[in-house]
Every structure is written in structure tokens, then in C-alpha cells.
Unconditional design. Structure first.
Length: 375
């Protein structure tokens, strides 16, 4: 799943007629199917949107076609395992569809452009990663993308068990067994190298007995080794679900550490190289100019701002006149949405920060810059 490329396509899409209908649904809550709630939510939001459209009969017609197509998908064309559903439609044409094991917040929007912030958020939070369970005789490699198990590789080799008779013959036989074990682990290392080359996993967790894990880490290429988060000893009888949950705990810890490191880096850049800015206003300014290399944004940002359609500047508060070019062609926007869209268009990395100290430390938004900030 090339989520980055698909997001880029959505971020650059803009259409007058038909508008783009963006729908996000949380399809299940625990073991309960939320189909009824989903359909009621879509229907109610469609009525609200029709009131806003007023006399725009063409816009209403396209909206109704999109809603009907979405309702059909939700009613008849969805696997019971799907937790989150994101649909993007133009009229009754589905231009993109995402099914995930991560829940979305229910949302319906009908604009000239698709709403992508929820999708970008889970894409950033759940980048492709791999979980490896390894023992001396077998291995399982789980590939996870957008929070969903998408592939599993099994590697099994016939490794003879240790014998307990003494003497020179046992030593020779035991060396042969050790060679078989190393050959098995090397096959796992080679398979991982192929998968990393193809899928570019952000992180890899290796779980299992201590000795095979140690041998595997020594056999990995440099490109694979730098992605590895050390795991722990896990019972060979553990279910796939238990293995994956163990790995997820490591991924979350690594994400928290990465967030803290990025915040510390911004502070250093602000005070040393002038390659960083903090606070929502400066972050929006440098992002809109295309100077931001990476933007750190609160995961819970819920605020209305403004976007100039003439020069592209973004403002943290609603305004009728652009403060940069004095144009009156300014619209009110959801800041999280416009920041996400702008970042994806410019190729700016986006980090949704959950750290409780983010606001106190950096004013609730920050950016690393491509060039020194203007004095």
C-alpha cells in the first residue's frame, strides 16, 4: 500500500463540479458493528450539507449520488474485519477507498478538495513495520501497514535437536547442528533484507529466545539493523495476537522517544542555527512559504483559521483580508486540514505530537526549516 503516493494525489486534487465527498467512519466498536450508527450519521450530515448548498441544485445532485454510493458500500460491501473506512467520491465515482484496522472519527465533508488529515494521521502513526518471531527452527515475519496485518511470511527449517551422548562424535554432530541453526537464521536475515528493500519498514521488532535473536542481529545488513528495536523473550506457544501486541508496545515506546527527540532538536535549532521555529503563527508562515522541512503539530488540534486563495498564506485566526498580500479572497478553514494538505503538497514531513509538554515547550506547534529563518 503506497499511502504516501495516494495521499499526494488526494492533496493536489481540487474540483469545482462535482465537489469531493470525504467520508470517514468508525465501523466497529469492540465486537459491535456500527453500521446502523454509520448510516444515520451519513444521512444527517447529508441533510445539513444540502441546507448549506441552498439553491445549488447541481451540487446537491452530485452530493446525493455520492451519499447513495457510500451507503451502498457501507451496507453491502465491507468485510467484518474492517474497523475504519475512508471514502472519497466525486458524484457516484469512488476515487479512493481505504479500509483499516484503526478507527476513524465519523466525519463527512463536501468541498472542492478532499479532507485528508485523518488519513495522514494514521499514515504517520502507523507507518509500515515488521514483527519477527524467531526461534532456532522456525520464524514468522508479520508485515503491518496502516495499522493492519497485510502479510505474513513463514520460514521453517529442519534443525536437528541437541544430543546428550559424550565424546568426539557428539562434538562433531553438535557443530553440525549449530551450523544448521546459523544457516536458518541467515535465511531469515536474507528474507528481511529483501522485504526491507521492497517495503522500507520504518521499524522492526524481533521477539523470541535470546540466542537466536542475538545471532540474527549479527547477521543483519546495516540498512536492516538500524531499523531494529530490540524485543524480548516470548513463549513459543504465544498466539499471533499476543506476539503482535508485544511488538506494538515497543513501537509505541519508540514513537514516544522519537517525539521527545524531535522536540529537543527544534529547541536546539532555534537557539543555534536558526533552522527552527516554534509557535503556531510562525509555523504556519514558514509552512505556507514552502520553507518547512518538518512540521510538528498537536494531534488534537481543533481550531478554525484562514487561508488566502491568492498567495497561499495560512493564518491561525479567521480574517477577511490577507495580512501578506491584502487580498480579499480569503476563506475560513480547519487548520489541521489545511496544514496537512499543504504539508503533503510541499513534501513536508508531518509529525502529530501527543506529548503533554508540547504546548509549554514549543507553543503547541513547531517546524524544522529547509533554510535559516528570516530575522
Amino acid at each position: 500500500m503506497d499511502l504516501k503516493a495516494r495521499l499526494q494525489t488526494l492533496a493536489t486534487l481540487e474540483a469545482q463540479y462535482p465537489h469531493v465527498l470525504s467520508i470517514y467512519l468508525r465501523c466497529r466498536e469492540g465486537g459491535r458493528d456500527r453500521r446502523k450508527e454509520n448510516l444515520i450519521f451519513i444521512k444527517n450530515r447529508a441533510h445539513e450539507l444540502e441546507r448549506v448548498l441552498g439553491d445549488d441544485k447541481k451540487g446537491i445532485d452530485f452530493l446525493r449520488k455520492g451519499v447513495a454510493a457510500a451507503e451502498l458500500i457501507r451496507n453491502q460491501d465491507l468485510s467484518p474485519s474492517v474497523i475504519g473506512l475512508a471514502l472519497f467520491l466525486k458524484g457516484d465515482e469512488v476515487i479512493e477507498r481505504f479500509e483499516t484496522s484503526i478507527p476513524f472519527e465519523d466525519q463527512v465533508a463536501y468541498r472542492r478538495y478532499p479532507f485528508i488529515s485523518q488519513l495522514a494521521y494514521i499514515g504517520e502513526e502507523f507507518e509500515p513495520y515488521a514483527v519477527v518471531y524467531l526461534d532456532s527452527r522456525s520464524a514468522r515475519i508479520f508485515e503491518i501497514a496502516v495499522g493492519e496485518l497485510v502479510d505474513t511470511s513463514d520460514i521453517r527449517n529442519e534443525v536437528h535437536r541437541r544430543i546428550h551422548r559424550g565424546g568426539w562424535s557428539q562434538m562433531r554432530y553438535q557443530r553440525a547442528i549449530e551450523g544448521e541453526k546459523h544457516g536458518h537464521v541467515q535465511e531469515v536475515a536474507d528474507t528481511l533484507a529483501e522485504l526491507v528493500s521492497k517495503h522500507r519498514y520504518k521499524r522492526i521488532v524481533i521477539v523470541g529466545p535470546d540466542k537466536p535473536r542475538a545471532i540474527l542481529k549479527n547477521a543483519l545488513t546495516g540498512d536492516v539493523a538500524r531499523r531494529v528495536i530490540d524485543g524480548e523473550r516470548v513463549d513459543s506457544r504465544a498466539t499471533d495476537h499476543e506476539l503482535l501486541q508485544t511488538a506494538v508496545d515497543y513501537f509505541r515506546k519508540a514513537e514516544d522517544e522519537e517525539e521527545t527527540a524531535k522536540m529537543d532538536r527544534v529547541v536546539r535549532e532555534i537557539h543555534s542555527s536558526t533552522m527552527g521555529v516554534s509557535g503556531l503563527e510562525d509555523t504556519l508562515t514558514y509552512l505556507a512559504r514552502g520553507q518547512a522541512y518538518e512540521v510538528l503539530l498537536p494531534a488534537d488540534l481543533a481550531r478554525q483559521g484562514s487561508h488566502c486563495q491568492n498567495c497561499g498564506m495560512i493564518f491561525k485566526d479567521p480574517t477577511k483580508t490577507c495580512h501578506a498580500c491584502e487580498s480579499k479572497d480569503v476563506i475560513d478553514v480547519d487548520l489541521k486540514e489545511v496544514v496537512t494538505r499543504t504539508a503533503v503538497k510541499y513534501g513536508t514531513r508531518l509529525e502529530f505530537v501527543k506529548n503533554n509538554g508540547f504546548k509549554a515547550k514549543l507553543g503547541g506547534a513547531a517546524a524544522l526549516l529547509r533554510s535559516p529563518r528570516m530575522s
